[in-house]
Design a protein around this ligand. Structure first.
Ligand SMILES: Cc1cc2nc3c(=O)[nH]c(=O)nc-3n(C[C@H](O)[C@H](O)[C@H](O)COP(=O)(O)OP(=O)(O)OC[C@H]3O[C@@H](n4cnc5c(N)ncnc54)[C@H](O)[C@@H]3O)c2cc1C
Length: 432
């Protein structure tokens, strides 16, 4: 039996592979990197002798397919969910808690919104009104979220201190660049439903979680090849016939799932196919950067496991040591989304600027000894859900027989997330 070949061992490829393997298909998963996980992978940091995630990730409880995949892999202890949403927020010296009360949605947000100190009482009422409107009316297509917010009575302060931090954290871009539809979807699924936005924090490095797919597939007759870069998808007479690896090896298959981002997919296709409108339009999808600053201190520096920060160069800080229950030095990550300005700065500048801001937030940083620092830049971290970008997202079924697409950028209706990737992989698997 020829295998189903899956190109790309990110969340999308893994989800497709596990679904098909459970249905009795023979799977060959090809990943060019030495580990699984793709953008949600980790590596061994030699100086501090520990696994570090390339990009710091969180889940929300509305990411139901990802939670299901984690269970399928038997790794449910690798993510820890809040019983009830509670996001500690720092604004100057004030601390607020955006939390969910045991009330039906969207009333569950009411008590914490009414106590939300970065906004005036009037602004809180206006936020409530806009939130309720969002719940029942889908924003028009083609409109930016900033435009929608202004038209629904949201002033500069409410945007800067409430809507924008949530928009940046979930869509990796500011409200003036994202579509109101995409933002509306996040607020509806996550924040306006009780428990939708409960945060899930990974208690293990991400590659530990995703590497479990190797044994999962092996137990079902499948195989994962790491360091296996595909050079070409072989297409003959309008049908997929397999792949050719960079090593020159040819693998025959009548069914190929390409679970790689568009910039990696197009060079694998014969030129005439890549230039076909179906595939070519994905070239227009734009991406947004994220910068992570990892710091190791000789002692704990923060009280909360994580903190969202407004009115500061710092956006969000996570105490990874506490979240992962690690012994030894304190490892914190500063996750800076929509980092278009920051990404071109030299690493030393980034770390000096953010470290200075961190000292303002946590006085313990001033006396703690900094043991190591590491800046990781992701120029193409997530695709940008700009107005109109939905039309650029490819369906899983392609005009080529036996060739299917998966990946967070495909037409899942979800933003660029692990959840979108998992859903895309499962959709492609269902078509096979
Ligand atoms: C810094 C950062 C922070 C993020 N934070 C979050 C978050 O908090 N929550 C969230 O849900 N999402 C987050 N995301 C987004 C999330 O990581 C992605 O949406 C998701 O991982 C995409 O999965 P994918 O399988 O579609 O693509 P990828 O993860 O990009 O996987 C594609 C895989 O294909 C492989 N590949 C490419 N070309 C070839 C080839 N020719 N041959 C073989 N293999 C190939 C690549 O090596 C890669 O492993 C974040 C991303 C980044 C970068």
């Amino acid at each position: 039996m020829k295998p189903v070949v899956i190109i790309g061992g990110g969340a999308a490829g893994i989800a497709a592979a596990c679904t098909l393997a459970e249905r009795g298909k023979r799977i060959l998963l090809l990943e060019r990197a030495p580990r699984l996980g793709g953008r949600a992978a980790s590596f061994f940091h030699h100086r501090m002798r520990q696994e570090v995630d390339y990009g710091y990730h969180i889940l929300m409880r509305c990411c139901t397919e990802t939670i299901d995949l984690v269970h399928q892999l038997g790794m449910e202890r690798s993510v820890s969910f809040q019983e009830r949403l509670a996001i500690p927020i720092a604004c100057g010296s004030k601390r607020s808690l955006l939390s969910s009360a045991p009330l039906p949605g969207p009333l569950h947000f009411l008590p914490s919104l009414m106590r939300y100190r970065p906004l005036s009482y009037r602004e809180r009422i206006a936020v409530l009104r806009a939130g309720l409107f969002l719940l029942v009316h889908d924003p028009q297509k083609g409109r930016t979220f900033a435009d929608w917010l202004r038209c629904h009575g949201q002033g500069k302060n409410a945007i800067a201190r409430l809507w924008e931090p949530i928009c940046i954290a979930t869509l990796n871009e500011r409200p003036n660049a994202v579509s109101a539809r995409a933002a509306g979807m996040i607020f509806k699924k996550g924040f306006l439903k009780p428990h939708g936005a409960d945060m899930g924090l990974f208690t293990v490095p991400l590659s530990h979680l995703f590497s479990r797919a190797i044994s999962f597939l092996a137990e079902r007759g499948g195989e994962v090849l790491l360091n296996a870069q595909v050079a070409q998808i072989l297409i003959e007479k309008g049908a997929a016939r397999g792949v050719k690896l960079v090593s020159g090896e040819r693998i025959d298959s009548d069914c190929v799932i390409a679970a790689v981002p568009p910039h990696d997919l197009l060079p694998l296709l014969p030129r005439a196919v890549a230039e076909n409108g179906y595939f070519a339009r994905a070239k227009e999808i734009r991406f947004s950067p994220i910068v992570n600053l990892h710091l190791w201190f000789d002692r704990p520096v923060m009280e909360e496991p994580f903190l969202v920060v407004i009115d500061s160069p710092v956006q969000a800080v996570f105490d990874v040591s506490r979240i992962q229950g690690k012994e030894g030095p304190t490892h914190v990550v500063l996750s800076q989304s929509a980092a278009r300005d920051l990404i071109n700065h030299p690493n030393e500048e980034i770390w000096n600027q953010l470290l200075a801001a961190l000292k303002e937030l946590f006085p313990a940083v001033r006396t703690a000894k900094l043991l190591d620092a590491l800046v990781i830049k992701h120029p193409c971290a997530t695709f940008l859900p700009t107005p109109g970008s939905e039309a650029l997202r490819s369906e899983a079924k392609t005009p080529i027989n036996g060739l299917f697409l998966a990946g967070d950028y495909t037409a899942t209706g979800w933003p660029s997330t692990i959840e979108g990737a998992v859903r895309s992989g499962r959709t492609a698997a269902a078509l096979v």
